[in-house]
Write a protein that binds this ligand. Structure first.
Ligand code: DAT
Ligand code: MG
Length: 149
């Protein structure tokens, strides 16, 4: 079982897409371990996008991701990282296949609706940047198969 950090970006929240995007990951069969509507602080944005510091689009990226509320989520599933990235589609909307989230909903390289971790290491760092441990269900077997006691 793998955990990933997915985040609906300010454009998705503003376009009222939270419900239909969450639906895709529930339908796929992933388990939601935690979620919240929040606004990234400047510090959280810098930690989240540290690997892009110094790139030509970095300033725009930080401005955009802190421009409004985001919907931050932690999901669990078999190969959740690679599978959710396949579901998101390529970063460049020109290359994002129809049927993927970016392929269906994005036309812009920056305003591209959703973030997803690209490795277990980034998932761990990105989750810790946005959630307190107590805000997340423990990872484990599918919630539907857990006992109540
Ligand atoms: P991804 O979000 O697919 O993991 P990334 O990590 O390479 O892509 O880049 C992070 C975000 O930065 C991306 O979602 C949108 C923005 N970005 C990337 N490349 C860009 C570019 N060439 N011009 C403008 N924004 C870009
Ligand atoms: Mg990335």
């Amino acid at each position: 079982m793998e955990k990933t950090f997915l985040m609906l970006k300010p454009d998705a929240v503003q376009r009222k897409m939270i419900g239909r995007l969450v639906q895709r990951f529930e339908d796929k069969g992933f388990e939601l371990l935690g979620a919240k509507l929040t606004r990234m602080t400047m510090k959280q944005a810098e930690i989240h996008y540290a690997e892009h510091a110094g790139k030509p689009f970095y300033g725009e990226l930080i401005d955009f991701i802190t421009s409004g509320p985001v919907f931050a989520m932690v999901w669990q599933g078999e190969q959740a990282i690679a599978m959710s990235r396949t579901m998101m589609g390529k970063t460049n909307p020109l290359e994002a296949a129809p049927g993927t989230i970016r392929g269906d909903y994005a036309t812009d390289k920056g305003l591209n609706v959703i973030h997803g971790s690209d490795s277990p290491e980034s998932a761990e760092r990105e989750i810790a940047n946005m959630f307190e441990p107590g805000e997340l269900l423990p990872s484990g077997p599918p919630i539907a198969s857990r006992s109540n006691g």
